[in-house]
Write a protein of this length. Structure first.
Length: 130
């Protein structure tokens, strides 16, 4: 099961066939992972993947991501970790530089996924991680 959120929000909301996953940062066991932007990106994507799995979806079901970075100069490093996680799957993506992120993170990744038909259920807030 995924970690509890660090603020007042739902990690995942189910809206018909859609999963809207709130921004994920590189938290593991309640702390940011060490190793800088590459490690944080890899962990944020692992957290995203876990939330999707808890709701019957995979990274290949993701259709749109938004990547927030505190330094757009890190884009190439983030992109390398991102490509490693998504492989040949290429969802639409926006990358945005921001002044800061929660818990001092260097990167945050949010996603929209279209659930497979067999996993679709009623709309509402997913129970995982909330």
């Amino acid at each position: 099961m995924s970690a509890r959120p660090v603020a007042h929000y739902s990690p995942v909301v189910v809206a018909g066939p859609w999963l809207i996953v709130s921004g994920q940062v590189g938290l593991k066991d309640g702390s940011l992972v060490g190793g800088g932007i590459a490690a944080e990106t890899t962990q944020a994507l692992a957290n995203l993947e876990a939330l999707l799995a808890e709701n019957g979806a995979k990274l290949t079901d993701v259709v749109k991501t938004t990547v927030f970075m505190v330094d757009i100069g890190n884009f190439a490093v983030v992109n390398t970790a991102y490509a490693a996680a998504f492989g040949d799957h290429r969802p639409a993506r926006s990358a945005i530089a921001v002044a800061g992120l929660p818990v001092g993170a260097l990167v945050e990744i949010e996603a929209w996924a279209l659930r497979p038909a067999q996993a679709a259920g009623p709309a509402g807030v997913a129970t995982s991680g909330s």
